[in-house]
Structure formats: structure tokens, C-alpha cells
Write a protein that binds this ligand. Structure first.
Ligand SMILES: NC(=O)c1ccc[n+]([C@@H]2O[C@H](COP(=O)([O-])OP(=O)(O)OC[C@H]3O[C@@H](n4cnc5c(N)ncnc54)[C@H](OP(=O)(O)O)[C@@H]3O)[C@@H](O)[C@H]2O)c1
Length: 231
């Protein structure tokens, strides 16, 4: 996909991987970027000349998602980045943790993709990139609510890939390993820098990859896991 003529929207752009994605897209020449955040007042200075337009966006709020799709009607590249990780195994998580994980990681991603697919198609085509996780392919029992939601989101991503074929909207599945952000704070793991993960994701979008393994752990483990997990 050519990025210099595209308009991007990144969800959860205020911190972590989302903030790095905005910077990487600007560096790659995307001329206009909508930065979605639950609280746009918390958006950082992205330090780029590219216009970054704040967009109030809680992906669990259907009315806000609909407003975003009508306000950001120039979008050709949606990066579904917002997510959350409740800790706890299947016996210890609360029902609320499971619901919230499903609501954000599955339903929110689905809600955004469904709202923006027609926008992107009407703008001549483009891409939706769902930031999933290696955990979408490999269950991690101490993160039971996250594992369940990210597995489900990978299944939904495959449905979008099928259902949107022929519309000019490609659907990209991205499977990062550990990233050094707030999400994994205090969790011992190999963690890639969010800027390097974002740079790999942007390169993969430009190449037109359908599946993205954007860090060394993901690149080493992901393809084999994907081979055994495709629906
Ligand atoms: N960190 C990792 O090791 C890792 C590995 C694989 C995949 N991922 C995936 O990468 C993506 C980014 O994660 P991260 O590491 O950057 O996490 P993070 O630092 O915790 O940031 C999460 C972002 O998602 C936003 N968010 C949460 N719920 C939201 C909602 N209902 N509506 C809109 N935005 C919401 C947060 O906004 P607030 O600031 O308002 O809370 C924040 O901007 C996630 O999809 C995550 O699952 C992360």
C-alpha cells in the first residue's frame, strides 16, 4: 500500500504502541493522521510536521465509533491498536474482567472495522490493520481473559479478510510478541521497543503483507504457530 496518499486513523494513540505508530506513519510520509484516544487531552506531542488530528474515541462506545466514522470520513488506513490486558487465570479473573477484555479486544476491534470498512471502500480502498498478539495463536493461561479475547479477535479478523475480499479493503493481522509498554509493565518477558515494532508494522503495510510478525520473538515463533492455527 502506498502511504504518501493515504489518511490514517490509529486507535489508542495516546501511549504505548499507538503513539509509536503515529510517529512511524508520519515518518513514512502519511500526510494526515487521526489520533484516536479516550481522552484526546492526553495525546502527546508527536514531534512531527504531519497534521495529527485528535479524535475522541472510546472503541466500546458505539455512538462515538459512528461519530468517528462520519467525522474521519477521509480515512484509508485504520490501525486497530487499542487494547487492554487484565491479569489472572480462568479461576481468578472476575466476570467483569472477562467482559471488559471481550468488549475492548474483540468487540471494539470488530466495531471499528465494521464502521470504517465502507468509509475506506468509498475512498477508493486501503487497509484495516488489527493489532492482535502472539497470544492470539498461543494461549497464555495467566492472561485468560486476554487470551480468549485475542483468539476471538483473530477469528473475527479472518472473517473480515474473507467478507471484505473484492472490496479494495485489505485486512491485515498483526501478531506482536512482548512490547515494552505499560501493558507489560512488571511482567518478565522479552520486550521489543514500541518504536521498532511500529516501524516494522509500517514497512509491512507498505509491502502489502496480510500477516505481520513485527519483532524478533514474533518473527521466530509466529509463522509456525499461525500454520497450525488457521481457521
Ligand atoms: N505490550 C505488549 O507486550 C503487546 C504484545 C502484543 C500485542 N499488544 C497489543 O498492542 C496494542 C497496544 O498495546 P500497548 O502495549 O501499547 O498497550 P498500552 O500501553 O496499555 O496502551 C493501550 C492503549 O489502548 C487504549 N485503550 C484501552 N481501552 C480503550 C478503549 N475502550 N477505547 C479506546 N482506547 C482504549 C489505551 O487508552 P487509555 O490511555 O485511555 O487507557 C491506550 O492508549 C494492544 O492491542 C495490545 O493488545 C501488546
Amino acid at each position: 500500500m502506498k502511504l504518501d496518499g493515504s489518511v490514517a486513523l490509529v486507535t489508542g494513540a495516546n501511549r504505548g504502541l499507538g503513539r509509536s505508530l503515529v510517529k512511524a506513519l508520519a515518518k513514512a510520509g502519511v500526510p494526515r493522521i487521526h489520533a484516536g484516544a479516550r481522552n484526546p487531552l492526553h495525546l502527546p506531542d508527536f514531534g512531527s510536521q504531519t497534521p495529527v488530528l485528535p479524535l475522541e474515541l472510546d472503541i466500546t462506545d458505539g455512538a462515538q465509533v459512528a461519530r468517528a466514522a462520519s467525522h474521519a470520513s477521509d480515512v484509508t488506513l485504520l490501525i486497530n491498536n487499542a487494547g487492554l490486558l487484565p491479569h489472572g487465570g480462568a479461576m481468578s479473573i472476575s466476570e467483569q474482567d472477562l467482559r471488559t477484555s471481550m468488549e475492548v479486544n474483540l468487540m471494539g476491534t470488530w466495531r471499528m472495522a465494521r464502521a470504517f470498512a465502507p468509509v475506506i471502500e468509498a475512498n477508493g480502498g486501503g487497509a484495516i490493520v488489527n493489532i492482535l498478539s502472539l497470544i492470539s495463536l498461543h494461549n497464555v493461561p495467566p492472561f485468560a481473559a486476554y487470551s480468549a479475547a485475542k483468539h476471538a479477535s483473530w477469528a473475527m479478523t479472518q472473517s473480515f479478510q474473507h467478507n471484505l475480499s473484492g472490496t479494495g479493503v485489505s485486512v491485515v493481522a498483526c501478531f506482536p510478541g512482548g512490547i515494552d509498554t505499560d501493558m507489560l509493565a512488571g511482567v518478565p518477558a522479552i520486550k521489543a521497543h514500541p518504536d521498532s515494532v511500529a516501524a516494522s508494522i509500517v514497512k509491512a503495510i507498505m509491502r502489502g503483507d496480510a500477516e505481520v510478525f513485527p519483532d524478533p520473538v514474533s518473527a521466530m515463533q509466529g509463522p509456525a504457530l499461525l500454520g497450525t492455527d488457521r481457521n
